[in-house]
Design a protein around this ligand. Structure first.
Ligand SMILES: Nc1ncnc2c1ncn2[C@@H]1O[C@H](COP(=O)(O)OP(=O)(O)OP(=O)(O)O)[C@@H](O)[C@H]1O
Ligand SMILES: [Mg+2]
Length: 348
């Protein structure tokens, strides 16, 4: 169902694609939090883009700004304390940051949806899962109870919950963690979003279940041609399902690459460190590398390149000059002054 108020803002109809615009483009986004301790610069000029049917993995350690960027896209940041001093978030070419709250709420959950990390706390314990899924259809599509319930069973089937029909009247606590996450995914895709953001949807799950959830997301993306953003701090989790990766550090993108290229040959010392800290079966017995030092303090970002205090490739210049995103090739970029050394596999 299209919403007239959204269309009057010049948003194209669902499925329509502006010729020269990606489905979603985050452009030079800045987000800061005004706290009693000072201003925390959580997102410092992030840009990434996503086309229909494409999967972008956003990778980075805790506090790098992955979730805050996603929350800005969804329009769920509390402002204040958050402020967006610069940047655009274009959906079909229209800057969401310029829309009214009312228009934004027509996009949130309906055309751009999000799966959160913690399924247990996101589901309401006192309602059955069937009721909670059906509620999406009743509220947003005005369906009758009976029709909404049918749709809920369909969706539970779609996210491969065994015995959906029998389980629709069960409560969240009666499901395993993996099944609860499937229920969350069912709710997030209920309204057929064009963009789905999955923010660490598998961190609380064991490895086998993580892989199954990733597979499910990849299948759903293929079936519906949505654009999928997978947020993770674990490269191993997304490697098989993502098309491209944006690596974040200290609220910036430090590397962009197609997923397999990044694996084969990282172009930033931080990415290289992340790759070397993944346990690998073929290197059994070798000591695992850990990136030394701590993530930056957002209240006092290091000068120059935010990664320089931890970087094995650093030179004097790195402490003073903020590296731009250097273009390595048509599809790759790296925010390292010395990307050539890293890229060529230079020794640390
Ligand atoms: N409401 C807030 N007030 C102040 N600072 C905040 C707020 N929300 C987030 N931040 C800060 O913004 C920074 C980026 O947070 P964000 O949640 O985006 O990290 P992340 O990359 O998602 O990390 P994680 O992997 O732990 O989820 C963090 O340092 C965080 O403390
Ligand atoms: Mg997060």
């Amino acid at each position: 169902m299209r919403n007239p108020s959204v269309e009057t803002q010049g948003l194209p109809a669902r499925g329509a694609h502006a010729a020269d615009e990606p489905l979603l483009a985050v452009d030079n986004l800045h987000v800061e939090f005004h706290t009693r301790q000072g201003v925390a610069h959580a997102v410092n000029g992030v840009s990434y883009s996503l086309n229909a049917g494409e999967t972008l993995a956003v990778l980075g350690e805790s506090g790098s700004g992955k979730s805050v960027t996603a929350q800005a896209i969804m329009g769920i940041l509390d402002m204040p304390p958050a402020r967006i001093p610069a940047g655009e978030i274009r959906f079909h070419g229209t800057d969401l940051l310029k829309l009214s709250d009312k228009d934004r709420s027509q996009i949130r959950g309906q055309r751009i949806a999000m799966v959160f990390q913690d399924a247990l706390s996101a589901l309401n314990p006192v309602f059955t899962v069937g009721w909670q899924i059906a509620e999406m259809f009743r509220v947003h599509r005005g369906m009758s109870r009976g029709d909404a319930r049918k749709k809920a069973v369909e969706l539970m089937d779609r996210v491969r919950i065994p015995g959906a029909k029998q389980r629709i009247d069960d409560y969240p606590h009666q499901f395993s963690g993996g099944m609860r996450q499937r229920i969350m995914i069912a709710m997030s895709i209920a309204l057929d979003p064009e963009v789905l953001i999955a923010d660490e949807p598998t961190t609380a799950l064991d490895v086998t279940v993580q892989a199954q959830i990733m597979e499910l997301l990849a299948e759903l993306r293929q079936e519906s041609n949505m654009g999928l953003i997978l947020i993770t701090h674990d490269l191993g989790v997304v490697a098989d399902v993502a098309d491209k990766i944006a690596v974040m550090y200290g609220g910036r993108i430090v590397e962009n690459a197609p997923v397999h290229d990044l694996y084969r040959n990282p172009g930033h010392p931080y990415t290289k460190g992340l790759l070397e800290s993944i346990p690998r079966v073929d290197l059994k017995g070798q000591e695992l590398y850990a990136i030394k030092g701590m993530p930056p303090n957002l209240l006092e970002m290091p000068s120059g390149c935010a990664f320089h205090p931890r970087c094995p490739y650093r030179r004097d210049e790195c402490a003073t000059a903020v590296p731009p995103l250097y273009s390595i090739s048509g599809t790759r970029s790296s925010a390292c002054h010395y990307w050539r050394e890293v890229f060529d596999g230079g020794s640390r």
